[in-house]
Every structure is written in structure tokens, then in C-alpha cells.
Ligand binder design. Structure first.
Ligand SMILES: NC(=O)c1ccc[n+]([C@@H]2O[C@H](COP(=O)([O-])OP(=O)(O)OC[C@H]3O[C@@H](n4cnc5c(N)ncnc54)[C@H](OP(=O)(O)O)[C@@H]3O)[C@@H](O)[C@H]2O)c1
Length: 301
């Protein structure tokens, strides 16, 4: 998210090079990253940095997959761009230009737009995919009833379908009745229903954002927010601490291993400014839990 705002080209290129060397493939960005960090009040910086990195490394495009999003870029007059046909079309065109590529590998509807009929959004995304500008399509921060309604429309119209959901998810679960600062999407959290949907629809993927809760599992300077203050968290953190100690790894490693090896498997999208955070993420997703450790973690809470 923070390439081009918190991180300059040198720091971002170092992370991207290291990611590819470690065997990483997917790079997640959005047209609106990171408007809240930019004096312009608009996004695009992250895609521009990735574009410059791709151009500086001829041939590297074939080794990475790029996912980007449309829908959450702020408007000058207030509010967000939404998911109208015009916005979706201009969104993909702008992203391709900033990234300097002919197509992306996954294109997400970033947030809900209840002011635009879902039929219009589905049609616009379908056209983007039909024209080969995006290999796959996904929903982020949408309720599952809307995802399913859209899927029915897609099938009926013979349009390319969606196959991925991107929501906030981690090992400890927040209370639903306490707002989380910075989490402005009312249906942005993974729920048991999200897991069931992905499990029951072969070919669908679940991507988890903020999987490390901004470093809270391993950093005293990133405390859990009040929404996590409930007895389930205490029990989950105890189980997590136990398993991490047995394996001799930080708790964040176990969280990533738990996500990747779960049912359904979850793809964690990890952010971070330092090479050692990237190395930790790679170690975490490669860590294997025993069935007994997984069961202990699942049962806690
Ligand atoms: N679809 C959506 O609405 C949405 C929303 C949010 C995010 N996302 C996607 O998800 C990605 C990750 O999101 P996120 O940044 O919120 O989540 P995150 O990965 O849980 O948190 C990243 C933060 O955790 C810290 N960190 C990472 N690894 C660490 C480690 N091993 N030890 C200690 N601290 C560590 C980093 O701190 P430093 O800042 O000090 O490096 C970084 O700020 C984003 O880049 C974006 O692509 C999508």
C-alpha cells in the first residue's frame, strides 16, 4: 500500500526484488493507494512505483502476478468513486497505464457502491475480463449475499465470473459490535459465512488483508485495538503463544501458517516496510503446523 508514499523507490524496489528472489508471485495494490498518506489526497503512487520497478527489470512481469482494485479512490467533492461502468472502465485503464502493463492478473471491486445497480458493475467487470484486461475478477469488502447475487447475474448473462474474495481476517477475531479504527467497510470482515462460501464453491479463493493485525502479535508498540478485548482473544493468544514456543518462532509466523493451511486455505496479504518483515512473512507461510497444533489453535476461542 505504501510504495510511493511511506516508502521511496529505493526501499520499495529492495522489497520487491527480495520478494521475487524468495519465490513470491502475487503483488496486491489498488488505484487508491495510498490517498490517505499523500498530500494530494489521491492515490496511484503504489501502482506507479510498481510500474517503475517492472520497467527497471525487463522480463520480470512474467515472474509476478499483479492484483489491483477500483472503487475506493476519493472524489474531490467528497465520497468515493464507486463502481459505475464508467468508473470501472476508467479504473482499469488508469491502473494499466500506471503499472505499464497490458493486463492485470486479478481485478477487484474494492468496496461496496449501493448507488450503482449490481447489474451495471457486473457487466463492466465482465467486459474488462472479456477484453483480456484482467485474467480474473474478485470482490473485496462485499457481503456474501451480494457476491452470490452477482454470480447468478454473471452466469445468466454468460459473462466471465468472479472467483475471489478479499476481506480482513486473522487468527484473533474482533467483537462485531465494536468499531475498528480505519476499518470503514461494514461487510469487510471474514465471517463464518465467508469461509463457508469459499469452501463450498470450488475454484474460489479467499485473500486476507491485515492478517498480522499491523504487527500486533509480535510488537509491543502495536497493541490490539478495543474490538479484540474479549475472552476469546485471551484464549486464542494463549494457544498461539504455546504453539509458537513449541516451534521456536514468533507468533506472527504461526498466524500465517494457520491461515495458509486452513480449510479453506487463506492467502494472507502482508504489508511491511522492512526486509526482515518480508523474510518473516515468507518463513510464516512456509511453516507447517502438525494436525494436533492446528486443532488446538482451531479449538481455542
Ligand atoms: N481490500 C482492502 O480493503 C484492504 C485493506 C487493507 C489492506 N489491504 C491489502 O493488504 C495488505 C496488508 O495490509 P496491512 O498493511 O493492513 O496488514 P498487515 O500485513 O497485517 O500489517 C502490516 C504492518 O505490520 C507490520 N509488520 C509486518 N510484518 C511484521 C513483522 N514480522 N513483525 C512486526 N511487524 C510487522 C508492518 O509495520 P511497519 O509499518 O513498521 O513496516 C506493517 O505496517 C496491504 O498492503 C493491501 O495490499 C487491502
Amino acid at each position: 500500500m505504501y510504495f510511493g508514499t511511506r516508502q521511496d523507490d529505493r526501499a520499495a524496489f529492495e522489497l520487491l526484488d527480495r520478494f521475487v528472489e524468495a519465490g513470491g508471485a502475487w503483488i496486491d495494490t489498488a488505484n487508491c493507494y495510498s490517498f490517505w498518506e499523500s498530500p494530494t489526497g489521491h492515490g496511484g503512487q503504489s501502482e506507479q512505483v510498481i510500474g517503475r520497478w517492472l520497467r527497471a527489470n525487463p522480463g520480470i512481469r512474467d515472474r509476478v502476478r499483479i492484483s489491483t482494485k477500483v472503487g475506493m479512490e476519493p472524489l474531490d467533492q467528497g465520497g468515493f468513486e464507486g463502481l459505475s461502468a464508467r468508473v470501472v472502465r476508467q479504473g482499469i485503464e488508469g491502473s494499466l497505464e500506471r503499472l505499464g502493463v497490458d493486463s492485470v492478473d486479478l481485478f477487484w471491486a474494492h468496496g461496496e457502491d449501493r448507488g450503482t445497480p449490481i447489474e451495471e458493475t457486473v457487466q463492466a467487470f465482465g467486459e474488462v475480463a472479456s477484453e483480456g484486461l484482467a485474467a480474473r475478477l474478485g470482490w473485496s469488502n462485499h457481503p456474501m449475499w451480494l457476491v452470490e447475487r452477482a454470480q447468478n447475474l454473471v452466469t445468466g448473462a454468460g459473462l466471465p465470473g468472479f472467483s475471489a474474495v478479499q476481506q480482513r481476517y486473522s487468527y484473533v477475531i474482533p467483537r462485531p459490535d465494536v468499531p475498528i479504527e480505519g476499518q470503514d467497510h461494514p461487510f469487510g470482515m471474514v465471517s463464518p459465512e465467508t469461509l463457508d462460501y469459499v469452501r463450498s464453491n470450488p475454484g474460489w479463493e479467499l485473500w486476507a488483508y491485515t492478517p498480522l493485525l499491523l504487527g500486533a502479535y509480535d510488537r509491543a508498540d502495536r497493541p490490539l485495538t478495543p474490538a479484540y478485548d474479549h475472552p476469546g482473544t485471551t484464549r486464542r493468544l494463549a494457544a498461539l503463544g504455546e504453539v509458537a514456543a513449541e516451534l521456536g518462532v514468533p507468533r506472527g509466523h504461526v498466524v500465517l501458517a494457520w491461515l495458509v493451511g486452513g480449510d479453506p486455505p487463506v492467502l494472507p496479504i502482508v504489508g511491511g516496510s522492512r526486509p526482515e518483515y518480508l523474510d518473516a512473512a515468507v518463513a510464516g507461510v512456509r511453516l507447517e503446523l502438525t494436525p494436533e497444533q492446528r486443532e488446538r489453535l482451531d479449538r481455542a476461542g
